[in-house]
Write a protein that binds this ligand. Sequence first.
Ligand SMILES: Nc1ncnc2c1ncn2[C@@H]1O[C@H](COP(=O)(O)OP(=O)(O)OP(=O)(O)O)[C@@H](O)[C@H]1O
Ligand SMILES: [Mg+2]
Length: 170
Amino acid sequence: MLTGVCLMVKESAAGRGVEVSMRDEVNLSARVDASGIQRCVLNLVANAVDACAEKGKGKVEIAYRKTGDKFAEICVSDDGPGMSQEVQAKLCQPFFSTKGSKGTGLGLSVTRKIIEEHGGRLAVKSVPGGGTTFTVCLPRLSKYTPVGRVAASTCLSPALPAPVPIAANV
Ligand SMILES: Nc1ncnc2c1ncn2[C@@H]1O[C@H](COP(=O)(O)OP(=O)(O)OP(=O)(O)O)[C@@H](O)[C@H]1O
Ligand SMILES: [Mg+2]
């Protein structure tokens, strides 16, 4: 899934002076809605490329790791201009954008919503002048994992999605 995101943006980013790469691949899968999570990572990578392109060049790295048996983390890091505290405080507000007519300001609010619907969390670390890292933390077994015995007639949760390989080119 992440390799797919990388391939989708690599060429257009290179045309703007930005190198997009993926840190080493391991077998890691999670029970997620693949197209939803792919869209989230694409939004984060698009923002990182935009930020670096502002400087004229830069690097964006997509990485992932297992955190314990239950969680997977996907990190999108860039060495762009970073963000002030004021911008960071407004990041997920719908329609907040510093890109004028080039941004709708919906990317991060939609991204956070999709992640939270998976029972996950979105975090950011940014240093003005020193780059930005967004981290998506996802439960690998889905928030719908049944806890103990649930009577069939009261179980309204959707079926578990099939595990999606995080690294494969889907
Ligand atoms: N990696 C980053 N580096 C610096 N600023 C960022 C980064 N990611 C997001 N931002 C800031 O957060 C703002 C909101 O991002 P968001 O993705 O929600 O909207 P947008 O990119 O402006 O528009 P769009 O809806 O088209 O994605 C951006 O306008 C930008 O100022
Ligand atoms: Mg965006």
